[in-house]
Design a protein around this ligand. Structure first.
Ligand SMILES: NC(=O)c1ccc[n+]([C@@H]2O[C@H](COP(=O)([O-])OP(=O)(O)OC[C@H]3O[C@@H](n4cnc5c(N)ncnc54)[C@H](O)[C@@H]3O)[C@@H](O)[C@H]2O)c1
Length: 697
């Protein structure tokens, strides 16, 4: 086994090499090895400059996630960084790949830094509810001044090498792919010049300009807007500010205190849960890791509407050719036009180049004929939510598509088995449920039918990864995991308005919890007609769905943002919901028709009825095996509906509240509000009886 950290010498340069695959994470063997190698370098009289470099694909890419949640073994990272900085020979870090978190903090302990042009640097601790705790908040501003340090530390943003150079984080950028060669050349130059030891902790020049400025107040205000309700970003600002108000050693102490506060915060626990859950969902229960995956090179999409267009963009972005089939030329032209506009907007914002716009558009072909899908390896249907239409389409696909092609539906609610039943190959049929806007939202809910083959399941999970989504495999039932829970929340939210709440009151409770938008602002975004069509379908199927004021909106053509008015009103060109007295009148009229006397409704009742109804439904979903694990539900909600990751997802959050308390409240609403949605899930009762939580499943 190669040594994790080794010391060698090339002429007068002492070389410390870290070799800890896969990403040279800052685990205990690296920390201990670094201390030892550093001592060797210090004592090596023939080495005048020391070079720190990593083997493999990257510089130290952060903490070792295997150590999360375990007691840290000495030496601590802070000791290692201090030891590097206190060395009395110049130490040079040569960075390639990514220098992240503790990796960048280690580089900041070195006296000189070189990065390959392809390298990226960042302090992403905030994304896990933390702040850089090994001096990063004190050293970075000493190189960059307040603005850049605050930006990088409060957002966790990665900066490319050239930006790192202009910000003063690195001293030199080198071309090429060999960090050791570039590092050695730089180290030799420094040795020749008799370059001095240069400790970041001693630098004061970049601090002076920002002392006493209003920049910290400005950042707190911006964090308040962008990261409302979150704990760590504010502590990040506090820590960076300490670099400007306290001497270095005291600043470090302050950093340590703030770091501990973050460690103890429940938000940190939520974010860590979300972090591991995201990795865990890729492992599908009962699906062996070596299940063969079908090769998907060509994609077909049916329907160039809201979803079809966004779905097509995902595949074109990944370099796969896409054929979109529509019923009429006009709809096709409109759909392709929207796709182009979306790409042009990304180009305007500098996210992609004009050339990429053209390359991606060239991968997307429109057609009015199913014949053009003969070569497709995967076809995703995204037409109206209507079972009869979908069955007709799958009948056609069965005739047209080549053997082995995967036939997927983007349906939000409908029965995948019923759709598959019209084909001669139900083993190739699967749900691929994207979320709107499909080119943006990270979730892909893959729905297994009762006949879906393992190969098809494995392929759609792999495809999710390929197009940059988080795939979650779920079972087939009305609404699957996400919408089944959402529709319970929606019905409860609508009922709360029937009973006396306003839509804005309901939405505010949800945004205060941390959702980016409330129930009704979301309905306006998705289109009021979407839910209306679903309710009408279910009424047609004989279900007892009571009338609601939301139906009235749809019937009046108030379809949401797309018509400028829905539950809220929208100014021309704006997406900001504005409460509308027209809607208040419509609601009042509805209450009168139904003989409802409105009452005062508390925020607590809104929170419980909107959220606990979802948790109860989530428990039923688990009990029925629709979701494999509570963490699958958590990921669906974090990536599909913007549930705040720092609360860990609805099921994790439920454990934090306490399932006994939730069950008690659910029973209370069963007795006062009634309805099957308030029948406690058997699993919930069982867990409470056993004194367990969802995490114990
Ligand atoms: N809008 C959402 O937020 C959302 C989210 C997830 C899933 N979905 C699901 O995606 C599907 C599509 O929804 P949407 O919002 O994109 O609808 P949409 O009305 O925007 O688009 C549907 C498109 O399908 C076309 N079409 C209809 N019949 C066709 C046929 N036989 N052959 C080819 N094209 C046909 C229509 O011309 C239209 O352009 C639905 O099943 C819906 O439930 C929607």
């Amino acid at each position: 086994m190669p040594q994790v950290v080794r010391y060698t010498r090339e002429d007068n340069i002492g070389v410390i090499t870290i070799d800890y695959p896969p990403v040279n994470a800052m685990g205990h063997p690296v920390r201990a090895g670094l201390m030892e190698a550093l001592q060797q370098g210090q004592g090596d009289v023939r080495a005048s400059v020391l070079l720190l470099v990593c083997e493999g694909r990257t510089f130290i890419a952060g903490a070792d996630i295997r150590e999360f949640g375990k007691p840290i073994q000495a030496p601590w990272l802070t000791e290692v960084v201090d030891a590097l900085e206190n060395t009395d020979k110049p130490v040079v870090a040569a960075i390639h790949g990514t220098a992240l978190g503790g990796g960048l903090e280690t580089a900041l302990g070195c006296h000189y830094r070189l990065a390959l042009a392809s390298a990226r640097l960042g302090l992403p601790e905030v994304k896990l509810g933390l702040l850089p705790g090994a001096g990063g908040t004190q050293r970075l501003p000493r190189l960059t001044g307040a603005e850049a340090a605050l930006d990088m530390i409060t957002t966790g943003r990665f900066v490319p090498a050239d930006e790192a150079l202009s910000l003063g984080i690195v001293d030199r950028v080198a071309e090429g792919t060999d960090p050791k060669a570039a590092g050695l050349a730089y180290a030799r130059e420094l040795a020749e010049q008799n370059a001095a030891v240069r400790r970041v902790r001693e630098r004061e020049d970049r601090l002076a300009g920002d002392r006493g400025s209003d920049i910290f107040a400005r950042f707190r205000a911006s964090v308040e807007k962008k990261a409302k309700g979150q704990f760590a970003p504010f502590r990040c600002v506090d820590a960076v500010e300490a670099a400007f108000t306290l001497p270095f050693e005291e600043g470090l102490k302050r950093e340590r205190e703030l770091f501990s506060q973050c460690m103890e915060s429940p938000q940190r626990a939520g974010l860590i849960h979300a972090f591991f859950a995201e990795r865990e969902v890729a492992k599908v229960k009962g699906l062996s890791r070596d299940t063969p995956v079908r090769d998907v090179q060509k994609v077909g999409i049916i329907g160039a509407g809201t979803m079809g267009g966004g779905i097509a963009m995902n595949f074109a972005n990944a370099g796969l050719p896409v054929t979109i089939v529509e019923v009429a030329q006009e709809a096709l032209d409109k759909g392709l036009g929207v796709i182009r506009r979306n790409y042009e907007n990304s180009a305007k914002k500098g996210r992609i180049s004009q050339q990429q716009v053209e390359e991606r558009m060239a991968l997307i072909h429109g057609s009015l004929s199913y014949e053009d899908l003969r070569e497709a390896d995967l076809v995703i249907e995204a037409v109206f939510e209507d079972m009869a239409i979908k069955k007709e389409i799958f009948g056609t696909l069965d005739k047209v598509c080549k053997p082995g092609a995967i036939l997927a539906s983007n349906t939000s609610t409908l029965d995948i088995d019923e759709i598959a039943s019209v084909t001669s190959r139900p083993e190739d049929v699967v749900g691929m449920h994207f979320f709107s806007p499909a080119n943006v939202m990270k979730l892909l809910e893959n729905v297994r039918g009762s006949a879906t083959s393992d190969e098809v399941k494995a392929t759609v999970m792999a495809l999710a990864k390929k197009i940059g989504k988080v795939g979650v495999m779920v079972g087939n039932c009305y609404g699957f995991v996400g919408n089944r829970m959402l529709h319970k929340r929606g019905a409860e939210a609508t009922a709360l308005v029937d009973e006396g709440a306003t839509p804005q009151q309901v939405d505010k409770v949800l945004t205060d919890l941390g959702y980016p938008m409330g129930q009704f602002a979301m309905s306006d975004l998705a289109g009021i007609d979407v839910g209306y069509r679903i309710r009408q379908e279910r009424r047609k199927a004989g279900e007892d769905i009571p009338p609601s004021w939301m139906d009235k909106l749809a019937e009046q053509g108030r379809l949401g943002q797309k018509t400028g008015a829905g539950v809220y009103r929208y100014e021309e060109g704006s997406r900001t919901p504005v409460p509308d007295p027209e809607v208040d009148r419509l609601i009042a009229e509805f209450r009168q028709e139904q003989g409802i006397t409105p009452r005062e409704i508390s925020d607590q009742e809104i929170l419980e009825r909107c959220m606990y109804v979802m948790i109860n439904e989530g428990a039923k979903i688990l009990e029925e095996g629709i979701a494999d694990r509570p963490l699958d539900i958590d990921i669906v909600w974090i990536y599909g509906y913007g549930f705040p990751a720092w609360r860990g997802g609805p099921m994790f959050w439920a454990d934090q509240i306490g399932l006994d308390r939730i069950l008690g409240t659910v029973k209370g609403y069963r007795d006062s509000v009634g309805g099957e949605q308030w029948q406690p899930a058997v699993l919930l009762e069982k867990l409470v009886a056993e004194g367990k939580g969802f995490a114990d499943l």
